[in-house]
Design a binder for this molecule. Structure first.
Ligand code: MN
Length: 745
C-alpha cells in the first residue's frame, strides 16, 4: 500500500496524512466485519487512490482525502456497514476518472456497482443545466431503491459543506441553498438529527455569515456561566436518580446555532432573551423491556425536584415520531425561575435519534415496528414517484410537504390513532384513510360535528369521513390539502378528467395540421407549446378543447417551411418569446445611466433590463444574486432573501451572478421595524434626530404606533450601502427605551 502511495505523492507529509486517515477509517469497521469485507475496503481504497491520483480538491488537498472522509462519516456518523464504506470510497471514481462501472462490477460485484451507479447519477445533480426539481426526483427514485445511496450522498454533501471555504462565493451559495432545500430536510426525515443540525448550521454560516458568527461568539462568551448553571441544575436531579439505582448519563447540550437563529428571527427576541439555549439530556442504560417504565421513573424524579410546565410534556416514547424519533421531553422551572428543557431517553433511543435510519435497522430484529415507520414513509415516496403526471415542480412541492416532521395525532371513530403531518386538513385525513374515501369525500365530522373540508386537524381530534359515490374531486380541493399523497391523488383525478377532454382538442389540432401537410405532428405541438409557454402538451389540447384558444389564432404567428411550423419573424414575436418556457435575459438596445455599481455575470448591469426585488430590497454591499424572471427581466435579490432558497433550488438555471463593484452615490431604500418603550411624546423626534442630524441618513417615511406604553414603528431609510445601514441599526439599538431594531425582509 505504501508503495502505491509513494509513486503518486512525492510529499511525505501528504502520504502520512492519507495513511493516517485511511487507518482511522479501518478502525470504524465493526468487529463483525469479515476478512472479505476488510479485503474489499482495502482494494476500494487502492483503486480510489490510483483513480484520483492526479486530482486535488479546491483547497489543494489530495482528492483521495474526500472519499476516505465520506466513508468515515458513513461508518461513524451514520452507522453504515462495510458495503456502504466500499461504495463511499468509490463514489467519485466513475464520475471523475477513467474507471468504468464495468470495472467496478468485475472487481466488487453487482451490489456495490449499483450503489456506485446511483451515486454517480446523483452527482450530476448540481452543475448540470436541468432544473433542480428534476434532480430531486432522481434523488428520491434512488431513495426507494436503496436508501444507502441517499445516505452516502448525505455524507458526501456533509463533507462538501464542511470544506466549502475554498469555493467561490456564488458556488457556496448555490450548494448551501440546495443543501437547505433538500438534503437537510431529508437528513431530518431519515432521522439523522446530528447531521441535519450541522448541515443547517453550515448553511447559515454561508448565507448569513454575520448572524452566524455573532451567535457563535455569544455562545462562547456565555459558555462558562451556562455550564455553572447546568451544574447547579443537574446536582439535585443526580442525587434523586442515584437513589433509584438506574444506570444513566446526564448532560447539558447547547442548541444548534441555526435553531437559536430561527428563534431570534421568528420570535423577534435578542440572543440574551432566549432562555432555552441548552437542553438537559438524561440517557438511561436499561434493557429494552424496561425502557418505557424507566423513562417515566426518571420523569417522576425530575419533576419531584422541579415544577414541570404540563403543556410542554411530549411523549414520543409511547407514540414515536414518523421518522422514528423516541424521547420523553418536558420543560421545568429551574433555579432563578429559568425554563429548562429536559429530554429523557435510553441509549438505544439516543442512537436512533442521532443516527436515524441505519440504527433502526440495527435494532430491527428486536422490534419490527421500529423500522416500519420508515417503510410506511418509503411507500408514500414510492407512490409519489409513480405519479408521472405531476410536473417536476409540483412533484417537489408534494414531496416537501411529505418531509414535514411535525405531526398531529388524531383518531378514527374506532379509536385507532392516525399520525398526519402538522397542518393536515380534514380532506387530507380522508385521503389518508383510503384514496377512494378521499375521492368520494362529501363531508367530515370532527368530534361529532361537521367541519369544512379545509379544517386543520388538532391533536386528539376524533375524525369521521362521510362519503357519497356521486362526489368527485375538483380543482378547489388542491387548495384544501397539504399532504403529498392527497395532492398527488387529486391531481391525478383532475388530469384524467382533463385528458378525457383534451383528447378532443388533440384530434382537432391533428386534423388541422394534417390538412396543412405538417410532417411531424408531435414536433409541431412541441413548437407551439414552447412558443406559447404551455406547461405540457395536455395543457394545449385542453385549452383547445375548452375553447380558451382558437387553432387558427395559435397558428397565425407561424409559417410553413419544409413541412414544419416555424415562427414568423415579426417584431411582435419578441414579447411572446420572452414569456415562453425558455427564459432569456433580453439585452436592452440603448444604455441607461448607471444606477448602481453593479455587475451581472461580470458585465455592467446597465446592459440588462434589471430591477431590485421588492421582497428584500437589496442595498449596496449586500450579498446578492440576479434571477431571470418569467418576463425576461432580471431581478436582484439579497442572498438571504426569504425567496432565495426556493429560487436557487428550483430554478438554478435562471440564476445569474451579481456583485457590487464600486461605491456609487446611488441610494437604496431599507425598511426597519423598531420597537420600544413609549415614554410619552417625542419618540419620533428623538429617533429622527439621531438618524438625520447625527448619522446624516435620509428618512423616506416614518410611521409609529403606540399602545400601553409600548411602541412599534416602521422607518424607511435611504442609504447608500449596507455599512451605513448597519451603523444606523446599531445606533438606534443603543438608544434608551429602544428594545429591538430589525431590518424587514
Ligand atoms: Mn464526492
Amino acid at each position: 500500500m505504501a508503495e502505491v502511495l509513494e509513486k503518486i505523492y512525492q510529499n511525505e507529509e501528504e502520504r502520512k496524512l492519507i495513511l493516517r486517515e485511511y487507518r482511522k477509517l479501518l478502525r470504524t469497521l465493526p468487529s463483525s466485519a469479515t476478512g472479505e469485507d476488510r479485503d474489499n475496503v482495502r482494494r476500494a481504497f487502492e483503486l480510489a487512490v490510483q483513480a484520483h491520483a492526479q486530482q486535488r480538491r479546491k483547497s489543494g488537498d489530495p482528492y483521495i482525502l474526500h472519499p476516505i472522509e465520506v466513508a468515515r462519516i458513513c461508518a461513524e456518523e451514520i452507522g453504515l456497514g462495510p458495503t456502504a464504506i466500499v461504495a463511499a470510497l468509490l463514489h467519485d471514481v466513475v464520475e471523475d476518472t477513467d474507471v468504468t462501472l464495468d470495472d467496478i462490477r468485475k472487481e466488487f460485484g453487482e451490489r456495490i456497482a449499483r450503489l456506485v451507479d446511483g451515486l454517480t447519477k446523483l452527482d450530476h445533480t448540481y452543475d448540470s443545466e436541468s432544473p433542480q426539481a428534476e434532480n430531486f426526483r432522481k434523488v428520491l427514485s434512488f431513495l426507494v431503491e436503496d436508501v444507502r445511496v441517499v445516505l452516502i450522498k448525505i455524507a458526501d454533501r456533509l463533507h462538501n459543506m464542511r470544506t466549502l471555504g475554498a469555493m467561490p462565493r456564488h458556488k457556496q451559495l448555490k450548494i448551501a441553498s440546495e443543501t437547505s432545500y433538500i438534503y437537510a430536510p431529508l437528513a431530518h426525515r431519515l432521522g439523522l438529527y446530528a447531521i441535519k443540525s450541522e448541515l443547517e448550521d453550515l448553511c447559515l454560516k454561508v448565507t448569513e455569515p454575520e448572524a452566524y458568527q455573532d451567535i457563535a461568539r455569544k455562545l462562547r462568551e456565555t459558555k462558562e456561566e451556562r455550564n455553572q448553571y447546568i451544574k447547579r441544575f443537574i446536582e439535585p436531579i443526580k442525587r434523586k436518580l442515584d437513589e433509584t439505582g438506574l444506570k444513566y448519563r446526564i448532560l447539558g447540550r447547547p442548541k444548534s446555532i441555526s435553531s437559536i437563529y430561527n428563534k431570534i428571527r421568528t420570535k423577534r427576541v435578542s440572543f440574551e432573551q432566549i432562555y432555552d439555549l441548552f437542553a438537559v439530556r438524561i440517557i438511561l442504560d436499561v434493557p429494552r423491556e424496561r425502557e418505557k417504565a424507566a423513562c417515566w421513573e426518571v420523569y417522576s424524579a425530575v419533576t419531584d425536584v422541579y415544577r414541570p410546565l404540563p403543556e410542554r410534556l411530549k411523549d414520543w416514547v409511547s407514540n414515536p415520531k414518523s421518522n422514528g424519533y423516541e424521547s420523553l421531553h418536558t420543560t421545568v422551572i429551574g433555579p432563578d425561575g429559568k425554563y429548562v428543557e429536559v429530554q429523557i431517553r435510553t441509549e438505544r433511543m439516543d442512537e436512533v435519534a442521532e443516527k436515524g435510519f441505519a440504527a433502526h435497522w440495527k435494532y430491527k430484529g428486536i422490534n419490527a415496528t421500529s423500522s416500519s415507520v420508515f417503510e410506511v414513509w418509503l411507500d408514500e415516496v414510492r407512490e409519489l414517484l409513480e405519479n408521472k403526471d405531476a410536473d417536476a415542480r409540483e412533484f417537489i412541492h408534494d414531496f416537501k410537504t411529505n418531509l414535514f416532521t411535525q405531526e398531529v395525532y388524531v383518531t378514527t371513530p374506532k379509536g385507532e390513532v392516525r399520525v398526519l403531518p402538522k397542518g393536515a386538513t380534514a380532506l387530507d385525513f380522508a385521503f389518508h384513510i383510503h384514496t377512494e374515501v378521499g375521492y368520494h369525500c362529501r363531508a367530515v365530522k370532527v368530534n361529532q360535528r361537521i367541519v369544512p373540508l379545509g379544517y386543520k386537524l388538532q391533536n386528539g381530534d376524533q375524525v369521521e369521513v362521510l362519503t357519497d359515490q356521486r362526489q368527485k374531486p375538483n380543482a378547489d380541493w388542491l387548495k384544501l390539502v397539504v399532504t403529498g399523497k392527497a395532492r398527488a391523488r387529486i391531481r391525478r383525478a383532475l388530469n384524467e378528467e382533463r385528458r378525457r377532454q383534451g383528447e378532443m382538442g388533440r384530434e382537432a389540432l391533428q386534423r388541422k395540421l394534417a390538412n396543412l401537410k405538417v410532417d411531424d405532428f408531435l414536433q409541431a405541438v412541441d413548437t407551439l407549446v414552447r412558443y406559447y409557454g404551455y406547461a405540457s402538451h395536455l395543457d394545449l389540447y385542453y385549452a383547445i378543447a375548452t375553447e380558451q384558444v382558437e387553432i387558427n389564432d395559435l397558428l397565425a404567428d407561424f409559417e410553413l417551411k419544409d413541412r414544419k411550423l416555424v415562427p414568423r419573424q415579426q417584431p411582435a414575436d419578441a414579447e411572446k418569446a420572452a414569456s415562453s418556457d425558455q427564459p432569456a435575459a433580453r439585452v436592452l438596445p440603448e444604455r441607461r445611466p448607471s444606477r448602481a455599481g453593479l455587475l451581472i455575470d461580470g458585465e455592467p448591469a446597465e446592459h440588462y433590463n434589471y430591477t431590485f426585488a421588492a421582497c428584500c430590497n437589496p442595498v449596496q454591499g449586500d450579498d446578492i444574486f440576479a434571477f431571470i424572471s418569467r418576463n425576461g427581466g432580471l431581478k436582484i435579490h439579497r442572498a438571504n432573501c426569504p425567496n432565495a432558497t426556493h429560487l436557487m433550488a428550483n430554478y438554478d438555471y435562471r440564476i445569474r451572478r451579481a456583485e457590487w463593484v464600486t461605491t456609487s452615490n446611488t441610494e437604496f431604500v431599507a425598511e426597519l421595524k423598531i420597537t420600544g418603550i413609549d415614554d410619552g411624546p417625542g419618540v419620533i423626534e428623538r429617533l429622527s434626530h439621531e438618524l438625520s442630524s447625527k448619522l446624516r441618513v435620509n428618512i423616506r417615511s416614518f410611521s409609529i404606533e403606540g399602545r400601553e406604553g409600548y411602541f412599534e414603528g416602521t422607518i424607511k431609510l435611504l442609504v447608500s450601502n449596507v455599512n451605513q445601514l448597519n451603523l444606523a441599526i446599531r445606533t438606534l439599538q443603543h438608544l434608551d427605551n429602544v428594545s429591538s431594531v430589525v431590518r424587514v425582509r
